[in-house]
Design a protein. Sequence first.
Length: 452
Amino acid sequence: MSDTSMDFIESLCGEYRRNNHIDPEYYERWGVKRGLRNADGTGVLAGVTQIGNVLGYYVQDGERYPMDGQLIYQGIDVRELIDGFMTEGRFGFEETAYLLLLGRLPTREQLDQFRQMISDHQALPPMFTEDVILRVPSPDVMNKLSRSILSLYSYDPNPDDLSLSNQLRQSVELIARVPVIVAHAFAAKRHYYNDESLYLHRPQPGLGLAENFLYSVRHDNRYTQQEARLLDLCLVLHAEHGGGNNSAFSCRVLSSSGTDIYSAISASVGALKGPRHGGANKKVMEMFGYLKEGVNDWKDDDEIAAFLARILRREAGDGSGLIYGMGHAIYTLSDPRAVLLKRFARELAETKGMMDQFQLLESVERLTPQVLRSVRGEKKVVCANVDLYSGLVYQMMGIPMELYTPLFAAARVAGWCAHRIEEVTSPANRIIRPAYKAVAPLRPFVPLAQRV
């Protein structure tokens, strides 16, 4: 864009600021639920779901009280789900996807058939990679994933049918194909933006989604069983988080309009990309980089706390004033996903010789609450969320940072599809349309010659 055009853009920015100020007092006057949150921090009730539940506090006599967090998939505590398949030595993501979509755990025969169906649909449509991914590559994998999901509409012989059978068919195909799209989009990004050789690997029959992902993104196709099982665990932990989270709610909002599944899931990817949502795991590792450079002694609590205080005061880090990976809208005493992931992250750190980095993150988790109290007078109970440790786990597995949030999407597509189906088959069956209070005063039209 020319200098003249940029000068005009700057003048338009000034024009916008002069004419579009909203008084913060309006939110209080009209009782606006900012962020669709009530004044006490609870969420505005917008629907009913069986798919997932997130518990982080209990309410007694109108007061909120902290509690250890629980994450529940279709009535089953995720800790029991994970203990169940890990004790039996199985990968669990496909089983979890079945549970989320169908509402019950599969029998052995059903699980075998479901896994086979996913395996059969992992291959992308003919020339899809060449025409959709390689022809217009993107420096951001999430951007490419969103556009690619939209493009799948053109390859679907029956994209707009809202029948249950069609929705389930499309859901299985999306769960199977999204990891492959991510792998190919990342390969294109490395080739066209990082001047690396182009490696495109086809999914291998007989491998689970976690194994196939590691096989696909690595030049030599090599991975260990420990890595595959840990990635499978990450996929399970990221698969669902209730209907009120930003990306699932986005999916439900679009689905309530009657639009196709590709439009709804693509919107969810766009929502997840944001650093206040799924993009936070990448921001944790960026913050971790600032921390490692800015703190000389990683075992000195005072030095670490001082640096965290500088982050809160916007004097260090990315200038946002946020300690990424800490705090959650619902969880108070603990995030069960972070608790589980931390346990396995410790084991992997010992194996990889990275305990010093793991312990530095532990210090962030331990010190942040007191730093928040001293710098901001924060009284709310704050715990580590899943993003604090997921980025380090991916780093220890050699997964590039550009794939952190796309991996989140590859897992969450199972939950999104479950919410999509529940929304379009819901007995409520109404378009989601909240209200906004209009505050602009009425004014007359001014003829062009009289405007100043």
